[in-house]
Each structure stands twice: as C-alpha cells, then as structure tokens.
Design a protein around this ligand. Structure first.
Ligand SMILES: C[S@@+](CC[C@H](N)C(=O)[O-])C[C@H]1O[C@@H](n2cnc3c(N)ncnc32)[C@H](O)[C@@H]1O
Length: 336
C-alpha cells in the first residue's frame, strides 16, 4: 500500500496531505482510520483539505470534511479551501458543508466577532470618533464609515426607496451618505436611528434635525424599537455590533416592514475573504427566508472605488473583494 510504504520517512499527516493532493481516496481513508489528523497544517501552511480542494478532488474533499477537516482554515495568504478550488463540484461541496456547519454552530459569526481586535463592540458607543471629509474613524483607527462607499449607499437608497419613497427607516447615520441619497427620493417620512453621541451631535450640526420629513431617534436601535412604526423601506448599517445583533434586528422585520416593503443591509460580512463572504450571503438569505423573505443579491463592481490610498491610516481593510453584493429583501409572495 502506497501510504504504508512511504510512511518510514513521513508523518501520517504529511502522507495525508500527499494523498489529498493526489485525490487518492483509499490512502486518505486508510490514513484517517489509522489516526492521521485532518486538521494538520503542513510546512507551507496548507491543510489536507486545501490540497484536495486545490487539486479539484471532490471525493477526497468529502472524505476529509466527514473526518472533521476544518472548512474555514486559512492558508498563510488568507485563503480557505473554498477560495483555492476552481472545480465547481468541489466548491459546491465546501459551500454546502460550510452552510450546514454555520447554521448549526455559527462559527463564522464567532470568527467575525473575535476579529474585532482592539475596541470591543460594547465600548464603541462610549469611545471617541473623529470626522474628516472622507471618513469617520473610531478611537482605534478603524473606519466606521468611508466615502468610497458612496455609490453603494446610493444603490441601497435606490433599493429601499423603490416603492416611491413613502416611509423609510435608516439604522446608523455614519457619514449620512445613505440618508443624503434617501432624501433625494423625497420620502414622506425619513426616520434615522443613531446611537453614538458624537455622530448624533454632528447630525444636528449639519442641520438634519431641521429637515421637515426627518425624524431622528437618538439611541441604540435595540432601545428605540418601541418608537418605530412600519416602513416601506428599511436600511440597516450599524458599526461595532455582532452578526447576532443583525439577526436579532431581522427578527423584528415582520413588524417593521410593510408587506410590500423592501429591506436592505450593508453587506460587509467577511468582506476580506471571497469564500467566507459567499457563505455569509447565503447564510443571511437562508435566515431571512425562514422569516418569510426572499433575498436577491445585486452584484456591483467596486474595484474602481478602491485603491491602496483609500486605506491610508486605516487599521483594518474591511473590504477587499472586487464585487459588492447588494441585498434586496422582500416578503415572499403567498403561493397561489
Ligand atoms: C457604518 S456607519 C453607517 C453609515 C451610513 N450607512 C452612511 O451611509 O454613512 C454605522 C453607524 O451606526 C451607528 N450605530 C452603531 N451601533 C448602533 C446601534 N445599536 N443603533 C443605532 N446606531 C448604531 C454608528 O454610530 C455609526 O454612525
């Protein structure tokens, strides 16, 4: 047996990586049964699963996933098995596995939450923010909001005002980009929730408190919920919160969104990894579907909005992908 013959000078895990690279199912099964660790990283920082995915070996990928190989391990260049494969069946298998794991365990959610190194989410609202022409920064040099997102915010406004304006709710003012765009649709009522005292003070300074159709609710969305009505369009884009907070907001949608209304959110989830991002898009869509909403993702190219200069002085590049997927969620129509 090939694995046994070579075992003299290689560890079982090194042999597992070699078998995964070659897509050798028999060797993979035998090595795993005899205790080879599928979570191993070889000298180049690759796992057996990454090797199988790179080679486009779907059956080997399946075996490794079943044996507990982590789908979300990252190579030294920040790529996961799903990023490394160009084989559609292998990709689908990894995506399906990732979604199942996330639905059960929510590990990406925890990864996302833990990646907010520096200012913990709970303390963002108590810390200072600074404003300049093209950004709002937190006390930890991370960007709360940036000017490069303006075209995205305009597209979000178009989506949530597509019913003609009506009553629109925006959660999170930031630089007011989406709110400026929403105003252009002359909504009958435009409610803005903002929780940070300095952002709120700036809104007032900029005259948002005097606009006829604007109602500002100062506080966390969680705390001002009882003051909300129902809306034709809702946009959600907070900062320093966890994925679980957005999920909690979604639980309120059936009350907040009118039956024909449109909901959208800033889709920055895992914006630094293409595969994780796809997992997240699908995860949110599944969770919204369980609440009765269908989600379409409109692809918007963002490569041209972003240059290295944009990120100068920013501690974390929160977006690194070429395409933004703008979510448009609506209540699923009743079956005839
Ligand atoms: C990314 S910015 C929003 C950017 C905005 N969409 C724009 O177009 O400029 C997020 C905003 O949400 C606010 N925020 C954070 N947590 C919040 C909460 N729980 N409730 C309401 N606003 C919150 C932040 O202070 C910040 O102003």
């Amino acid at each position: 047996m090939a694995a046994a013959a070579a075992a003299a000078d290689k560890s079982p895990e090194e042999l597992l990586c070699a078998a995964a690279s070659a897509g050798n199912k028999d060797d993979i099964s035998e090595l795993i049964s005899s205790g080879a660790d599928p979570t191993y990283f070889d000298a180049s920082g690759m796992t057996p699963l990454m090797h199988a995915a790179t080679g486009g070996h779907a059956a080997a990928t399946r075996l490794l996933l079943d044996a507990g190989a982590p789908w979300n391990a990252l190579s030294p260049s920040g790529l996961s098995a799903g990023d490394l494969t160009s084989d559609p069946p292998t990709y689908d298998l990894l995506l399906d596995h990732a979604l199942r794991s996330e639905l059960i365990l929510g590990t990406v959610a925890r990864r996302q939450a833990n990646s907010s190194d520096g200012v913990p989410a709970e303390s963002y609202l108590d810390s200072r923010v600074s404003f300049s022409e093209d950004r709002v920064m937190d006390a930890d040099s991370k960007a709360v909001m940036m000017e490069w997102e303006r075209p995205l915010m305009e597209a979000h406004a178009r989506a949530v005002c597509s019913g003609g304006g009506g009553k629109v709710l925006n959660v999170g003012f930031g630089m007011g980009l989406v709110d400026q765009a929403i105003q252009r649709y002359e909504p009958e009522e435009h409610t803005i929730i903002e929780a940070h005292p300095e952002v709120y003070a700036r809104m007032l300074k900029l005259g948002w408190g005097e606009k006829k159709n604007v109602r500002i609710l100062f506080g966390r969305w969680q705390d001002v919920l009882p003051q909300l009505g129902s809306y034709d369009g809702i946009f959600f884009d907070t900062y320093g919160e966890y994925y679980e907070d957005m999920r909690e907001f979604h639980d309120h949608l059936p009350k907040l969104l009118k039956p024909d209304g449109v909901y959208s959110y800033f889709n920055g989830l895992c914006g630094d990894n293409a595969f994780f991002h796809v997992v997240y898009c699908q995860l949110v869509a599944l969770e919204l579907a369980s609440l009765g909403y269908s989600t379409q993702f409109i692809p918007l190219p963002v490569k041209d909005c972003l240059s290295e200069q944009v990120w100068e002085g920013v501690r974390q590049k929160y977006w690194q992908l070429d395409t933004y997927h703008l979510p448009v969620c609506q209540a699923e129509s009743e079956p005839e």
